[in-house]
Design a protein around this ligand. Structure first.
Ligand code: HEM
Length: 412
């Protein structure tokens, strides 16, 4: 029975930092919740999230507003953007049938074999990051491990030279800021400059791949051909590279740091998996369910419809809350408990489902498994540093990530 609850406060900083109690209340009282006085609906229940994901024609991902946010209305930014390439909808903000073409072409670059072949190299990268701090017995885990690892992996796959890897984070953060942060005109101009800088850098990498193909994602994107689909043009290739850069970094970093904190907070579960590394792949699934770094995604209804017994008018914005769905006790027993050996008879939705299922999910899983395998192999007694305050989640509706994670450890 669905009844509209009166008491959910979804805008406070407290909710944005720690939303699970409100999500639980939402699932119990009103899995499809209309936010009072707004044309916005929050979807808390697993069934309802899944139903919306499986009907992309009605629950559309199209977003008329540019991925560059309010900066497109800033004349100084417009001048800068004219020196680059136009933003075209390809994946996240697109619908079938146009989306299908991009998905088919981009999926060619993320095959199971390619990802499996990267295992040793990812472990080497994780190892050399650990080498840099292991003798100190402490580290700033986000700066020294959780951020650089996904950056290095995606930078290599997009063909960055080694000395330019540091730019990945700067460019990726510039896109994230433009999508969701209120900024001054000067800040917008700074981010817009980064966008065009990234485009010119990528354009050079694309040209090089055409004459000197390599075994990387970028070469496969340039050469991707499926059925009789038109190959990706310059602006489309740049947009896809941009999507991969942004999607691959924040999510995987947040998963590594939030994952480690979850292990520290659950010492018996940590000991169980440390003593039995065969559990690592299942632990990663459980971390994805328990943490769910992409908390939710927007959809807009393209016609009048109904979801979970609630009538929804055309043009309504819906936030599909993957984080909440992944704690629905209809499908996950004891959902607020972290259990490394959980039996997944129902799959979590941390990578979404349906046409927008995450393209990088195999790569993300590989990175997480490799990273935790090396951490367990080399570090022990991982604890929060006594000198630092308790890490907090950032106040963000879409991305769930920690502000800092300073740890101490012994070596194994
Ligand atoms: C733990 C890490 C990750 C998580 C939790 C995650 C989560 C997600 C989710 C929830 C979506 C779907 C959004 C929707 O339904 O609207 C998505 C889409 C996407 N992800 Fe990931 N992702 C991760 C890592 C990656 C990586 C490593 C890459 C690239 C190498 C990547 C590339 C993409 C792309 C391109 C899309 C758009 C797919 C489409 O719209 O068809 N992601 N991701």
């Amino acid at each position: 029975m669905t009844t509209q609850t009166e008491t959910l406060d979804l805008s406070s900083e407290a909710f944005l930092r720690e939303p699970h109690a409100a999500y639980k209340q939402g699932r119990e009282q009103c899995p499809v919740y209309r936010v009072p006085d707004q044309n916005v609906v929050m979807v808390f229940g697993y069934d309802e999230v899944l139903e919306a994901l499986m009907k992309p024609k009605i629950f559309s991902s199209k977003n008329e507003e540019s991925i560059l946010g309010a900066s497109v209305y800033n004349p100084k930014c417009q001048e800068i953007y004219e020196k680059g390439w136009p933003q075209v909808p390809t994946l996240l903000t697109n619908d079938p049938p146009s989306h299908t073409r991009f998905k088919k072409l981009v999926n060619q670059a993320f095959t199971r074999d390619r990802v499996a072949g990267m295992q040793d190299h990812i472990e080497e990268m994780a190892d050399s990051l650990i080498d840099a701090f292991i003798d100190k017995g402490e580290c700033q885990f986000i700066d020294q491990f959780a951020n650089p690892l996904p950056c290095q992996v995606i930078a290599e796959q997009l063909g960055f030279c080694e000395q330019d890897i540091a730019k990945v984070k700067v460019w990726s953060d510039a896109f994230i800021d433009l999508i969701g942060t209120e900024m001054t005109s000067e800040e917008q101009v700074e981010r817009a400059t980064r966008v065009v800088e990234f485009q010119h850098y990528m354009k050079q990498c694309l040209d090089e791949r055409r004459t000197q193909p390599r075994k990387d994602v970028l070469t496969d994107l340039v050469n991707a051909r499926v059925d009789d689909e038109t190959p990706l043009n310059e602006a489309e290739l740049l947009n896809v590279a941009q999507a991969l850069l942004v999607a691959a970094n924040t999510t995987t970093s947040h998963m590594l740091s939030g994952g480690l904190l979850t292990l520290i907070d659950n010492p018996e579960q940590y000991a169980k998996v440390r003593d039995n590394p065969a559990l690592i792949p299942n632990m990663v699934e459980e971390l994805l369910r328990f943490q769910t770094p992409t908390q939710g995604m927007w959809r807009r209804t393209s016609e009048d419809t109904e979801l979970g017994g609630v009538t929804i008018e055309k043009g309504t914005m819906l936030m599909l809350l993957f984080t909440s769905a992944n704690r629905d006790d209809k499908y996950f027993t004891n959902p607020d408990h972290f259990e490394v050996d959980r039996d997944f008879s129902t799959a979590h939705v941390a990578f979404s489902r349906g046409v927008h299922t995450c393209i990088g999910m195999m790569l993300a899983r590989q990175e997480l498994v490799c990273a935790f395998r090396q951490i367990f192999k080399r570090l022990d007694n991982i604890r929060l540093s006594e000198n630092s305050p308790r890490p907090q989640y950032e106040a963000n509706l879409i991305f769930r990530g920690l502000d800092q994670l300073n740890i101490t450890f012994t070596t194994r």
